[in-house]
Design a protein. Sequence first.
Length: 86
Amino acid sequence: MSPVRLVIAAAFTLLLAAAAAAAETITGKVDAYDVEARLLTLEDGQEFFLPEDMPTDKLDVGDTVTLIYDEQENGNLLVTKMKVSE
């Protein structure tokens, strides 16, 4: 393999690794929301933490939400964007 192809292959591999670490999206129904812990639980049992600056005044149990989230180093799922549909 030529040096140029090797560099391109290495760059492509790094790009794929970065994409794997990118945000993920999920849609589901809200089963519970703990205001103090800012912990949102979907009906399938998955739990997501909401940042302090994310408004939750329109969030109710039973709402359908679309969440964009990142997995933190400690394994917690932190929401970066949320869309609420009633």
